[in-house]
Design a protein around this ligand. Structure first.
Ligand SMILES: Nc1nc2c(ncn2[C@@H]2O[C@H](COP(=O)(O)OP(=O)(O)OP(=O)(O)O)[C@@H](O)[C@H]2O)c(=O)[nH]1
Ligand SMILES: [Mg+2]
Ligand SMILES: [Zn+2]
Length: 341
């Protein structure tokens, strides 16, 4: 099913007649010579300024220039189908004043260090990029409402390890469960993630100073199911109510998809937090099987002892020798992932 994506930058939203008009004006003045004939030569973009994309909403790209100015831009036609996502560094020309009602043009997209994609439609395996160039991925789950799922964390970890992104795991809503030392997180303690630096458990009033430290000078994307409290945590971190917060359905424990597009907010001197809309799952079908094992460093030694070409789901598989409870959960995770691709 072809669904219109929220980052679809080819079109202009139905409610943005003015933007549409402005773009037409710009084309007339920007890409035509004074005589009115279209210039054949490639336009000179050597004076383009670099901007960091903080959000993309129905074709309108909000960017932060190096001087701190925030401006709105549209994707230039010559970029064709090339997408622009939050975290991109784009080259900008045109009106860079940032004055209300002005619109610059994004004419180039910097090479991406990494990208994060999410599966929109599980069946069709349709993936879309949500952010680029991140240093850290905060994988967020709630202790309950919605219930945490290992499958989600496992997949997110696979993506993080594959893309060279440092994973953090944040559990929220521990005020809603009796035992905050949730068993749920234990299997991830052997991954090499550092407690208090990469693994956090919070309620609404927890001290966030250690997390603040981890986030400073880094670009960190917050991901998790709708309703886990991504936007609530972002608000607490920046000390304002900038992000809208939704409620959770009491019966299903599900969130209401309150945030609808990825949004980057400055944190500390040079850091960025990127709040994203709730995702149902992460696509990992584009990741090669041998890279999936990278997300299971604690099983590596065992896997190395497996027979050649082991499917890791057969009698001779060395993983069958594992008996420690935490590792067993991870073995199940790995087998589930291998079976799903
Ligand atoms: N009890 C409790 N509730 C929390 C906590 N953190 C967030 N909430 C509540 O969880 C609900 C959902 O929070 P949001 O911040 O909107 O969740 P989100 O992850 O941004 O959701 P989407 O934008 O839909 O993806 C709100 O009612 C919050 O008040 C927490 O630590 N404890
Ligand atoms: Mg939100
Ligand atoms: Zn095996």
């Amino acid at each position: 099913m072809a669904r219109r994506s929220e980052n679809d930058d080819s079109g202009i939203g139905h409610d943005s007649k003015h933007a549409k008009l402005r773009i037409k004006d710009r084309r007339r003045t920007g890409s035509q010579s004074k005589s009115g004939a279209r210039t054949k030569d490639r336009p000179d973009y050597s004076k383009a300024q670099t901007g960091f994309v903080t959000t993309v909403d129905r074709g309108r790209i909000t960017c932060r220039l190096n001087n701190g100015e925030q401006i709105l831009a549209m994707k230039a036609r010559e970029l064709g189908k090339k997408s622009i996502v939050v975290g991109d560094q784009v080259g900008l020309v045109g009106n860079l004043s940032g004055t209300d009602g002005t619109l610059a043009r994004a004419v180039s997209v910097g090479v991406r260090r990494n990208t994060l994609t999410r599966t929109i439609d599980d069946e069709a395996n349709f993936e879309r990029q949500i952010v680029a160039n991140v240093d850290q991925m905060a994988i967020m789950i709630a202790a309950t409402n919605p219930e945490p799922r290992h499958g989600f964390v496992d997949r997110a970890l696979v993506v993080a390890f594959d893309q060279g992104i440092k994973p953090l795991i944040i559990m929220t809503k521990i005020d809603l469960i009796a035992n905050p030392n949730s068993e749920f997180l234990e299997p991830y303690l052997d991954l090499g993630l550092k407690n208090d630096e990469q693994i956090f458990i919070f309620d609404k009033g927890s001290d966030l100073s250690k997390l603040h430290k981890t986030l400073s000078n880094q670009t960190t994307v917050f991901i998790g199911h709708s309703g886990v409290g991504k936007s609530s945590l972002v608000n607490r971190l920046i000390g304002s109510d900038q992000r809208a917060v939704g409620s959770v359905n009491e019966n299903t424990g599900r969130g209401r998809h309150t945030s609808s597009s990825a949004f980057a907010i400055p944190v500390g001197q040079t850091g960025w937090i990127i709040d994203t809309p709730g995702v149902r799952s992460f696509g990992i079908s584009h990741i090669k099987i041998n890279r999936i094992f990278h997300a299971f460093p604690e099983l590596e030694a065992t896997l190395n002892r497996c027979p050649k070409n082991c499917s890791h789901d057969e009698a001779a598989c060395e993983l069958n020798q594992i008996s420690a409870a935490n590792l067993l959960t991870r073995v199940q995770s790995l087998r589930r992932l291998l079976a799903s691709i």
